[in-house]
Design a protein around this ligand. Structure first.
Ligand code: BGC
Length: 364
């Protein structure tokens, strides 16, 4: 079967031919890949800046944002049947008996660093015609989400982040009925999906991103009812003057200097969530000013990497709700679909479209 793989030694990314996977245990499921999304992490994996192939192999099959269709189930699988649509989780637990998060079903909080991530870290991904996965790592998706469910995995980032913000903010019992203001830094798919999640949760949301208007991301943000402010035209002070300080900042830009700049926009008692995995940058940070701001304002900075089973479940539910709230809103985030052969050019940028690129493996 066809698969897309990166060979870290040579830096090559290409379509290869590999044997079709078979069921290896009665709890496994064989899945036909329908679509795989491409994101910034894939770019880093392809550039050799993040992730690695499975132990002892010279290549990694890429792809971690996936929608598939069940074609075969093991004898002990009760909850899935051929024809069902599924989204697989990415992170798999480490094997260390002492890793409480992994042993409790929260590999996203693994403390040993020995976890694997399909398509990223030590385990082959889903950019292949078929894959096999344990039923416990698959989430069933209603048929009506066929066209947009490839966005589930990037939405889990926001699901987990908002869950964490809600936990932190239980420190403020008076706050519960008034979520307040949110700033989303970045207007890529993670940012726009984050904006949707924040708006649905009741936040008055501003998307703050580089490009001046008009541009397709700004249009997508405004069509949701979010404000869009260009950081090129309006530095952070101007953002605060126009929109006020944010009770939640959701960073989805991946640039450390841009991210730290926006901490200035955080309101007293606010929470700032970092989701990007940046390259190292040399920045000028006044640690004293930052520390004083955090202390005097009871502010919390959170880093978050996704995601647990409950975040995938709530992402699937929210995709359904988003479709009702913003008809066509999710569809417009998917700005191009490509064949597997185009993967290399999509991931490196030559064929990259405005918002989300998706690789089609099967039309189902
Ligand atoms: C993926 C996560 C992964 C993270 C770090 C993100 O792009 O969505 O599943 O944990 O990269 O590798």
């Amino acid at each position: 079967m066809k698969a897309v793989a990166v060979f870290p030694k040579s830096g090559e990314v290409k379509v290869i031919d590999v044997p079709e996977p078979r069921l290896g245990s009665p709890t496994q499921v064989r899945v036909r890949t329908l679509e795989v999304g491409v994101c910034g992490t894939d770019r880093e994996v392809v550039q050799g800046k993040h992730g690695k192939p499975p132990e002892g192999e010279d290549h990694l099959i890429v792809g971690h944002e996936c929608l598939g269709e069940v074609v075969e189930v093991g004898a002990q699988v009760k909850d899935l049947a051929p024809g069902d649509l599924v989204v697989p989780r990415v992170r798999q637990p480490c094997r260390d008996g002492g890793c409480l998060p992994c042993r409790s079903g929260y590999a996203d909080f693994c403390v040993t660093g020995e976890y694997t991530e399909r398509g990223i870290q030590g385990a082959h991904g889903f950019a292949a015609e078929y894959f096999v996965e344990d039923v416990a790592s698959l989430h069933k998706v209603p048929r009506e989400l066929r066209g947009v469910a490839v966005l589930t995995e990037p939405l889990t980032i926001a699901e987990k982040a908002l869950r964490e913000v809600a936990h932190v903010q239980t420190r403020m019992p008076w706050q519960r009925r008034a979520p307040g203001k949110a700033v989303v830094l970045g207007s890529g798919p993670v940012g726009l999906l984050g904006a949707m999640a924040l708006m649905r949760a009741g936040f008055q949301t501003t998307v703050y991103s580089r490009s001046p208007k008009p541009n397709p991301k700004a249009e997508a943000a405004e069509s949701l009812g979010a404000a869009y402010v260009s950081s090129k035209q309006h530095p952070v002070d101007a953002l605060v003057r126009q929109r006020g300080r944010a009770d939640v900042v959701y960073e989805a830009a991946g640039s450390a200097s841009a991210a730290f700049e926006v901490i200035k926009a955080l309101a007293p008692n606010g929470v700032y969530v970092f989701t990007g995995v940046p390259e190292s940058e040399e920045g000028e940070l006044d640690e004293g000013v930052l520390m004083k701001q955090l202390v005097m304002n009871n502010q919390v900075l959170i880093g978050t990497v996704n995601a647990a089973a409950e975040d995938f479940e709530s992402a699937v539910e929210n995709l359904g709700r988003f479709r009702t709230k913003w008809p066509g809103g999710l569809e417009r985030l998917i700005t191009a679909r490509h064949p597997p052969e185009a993967y290399a050019e999509v991931v490196t940028g030559d064929k990259r479209s405005d918002i989300k690129d998706v690789i089609v493996f099967s039309r189902g």
